[in-house]
Design a protein around this ligand. Structure first.
Ligand SMILES: *[C@@H]1O[C@H](CO)[C@@H](O)[C@H](O)[C@H]1NC(C)=O
Ligand SMILES: [Cu+2]
Length: 185
């Protein structure tokens, strides 16, 4: 059920990153999944877009800019800490700056599948520069009317005094070769 506010957010989000389609060749009978591209590491330590509306079954594909970002799933109540033992973690993506000054991004991406309508909260766990605590956080399918909004989550992250957590290994999604090197750019 989409409220008018969420529909407005969906419209705003789509101007930032037009969803592209992605077909799994092994499943030719199913309709193409929508893939939403999110770029990690825009100036100011941000995910872009950082507020995503995505239908169940769609894919969020994280692309990584310099210098060395990651993405980890959190619970709304505790930013900068993995939500639980199953929370997704993409590993770190070190990327050198392009010496010509053009955009450089990792040759790998991390994809997660949106399984239901529940909000999915995430952050970058890079401690060099305290990315999560500096506001490098985002959400898929926030429920504005609940008061549990990205801005509240970001404020809580800013007050987080510990060391941002991560998982011991890449999990909860797919990490592999960047299938869409121009996605989000
Ligand atoms: C990227 O950051 C992680 C976490 O801080 C660190 O363990 C890793 O060594 C870094 N990689 C590079 C190439 O700097
Ligand atoms: Cu980061």
């Amino acid at each position: 059920m989409l409220t008018p506010i969420l529909l407005l957010l969906a419209a705003a989000t789509s101007t930032l990153a037009a969803p592209t389609t992605h077909t799994d060749p092994s499943k030719t009978t199913t309709s193409p999944r929508t893939t939403h591209t999110v770029v990690a590491g825009r100036p100011g330590l941000r995910f872009d877009p950082e507020n995503i509306v995505a239908a169940p079954g769609s894919i969020i594909e994280f692309h990584f800019l310099p210098a060395n970002h990651t993405v980890v799933e959190a619970a709304f109540d505790l930013p900068c800490v993995p939500k639980d033992a199953d929370s997704f973690f993409g590993g770190f993506f070190p990327v050198a700056k392009n010496p010509d000054g053009g955009v450089a991004q990792s040759g790998e991406v991390f994809q997660i599948e949106i399984k239901d309508e529940k909000p999915v909260w995430f952050y970058c766990a890079q401690e060099k520069g305290r990315h999560c605590q500096s506001g490098m956080v985002g959400v898929v399918n926030q429920k504005v009317e609940s008061g549990r909004t990205l801005e509240v989550f970001r404020m809580a992250a800013g007050g987080f005094e510990g060391v941002a957590g991560m998982q011991g290994r890449v999990q909860g999604g797919w990490r592999g070769a960047n299938p869409n090197p121009n996605g989000g750019f």
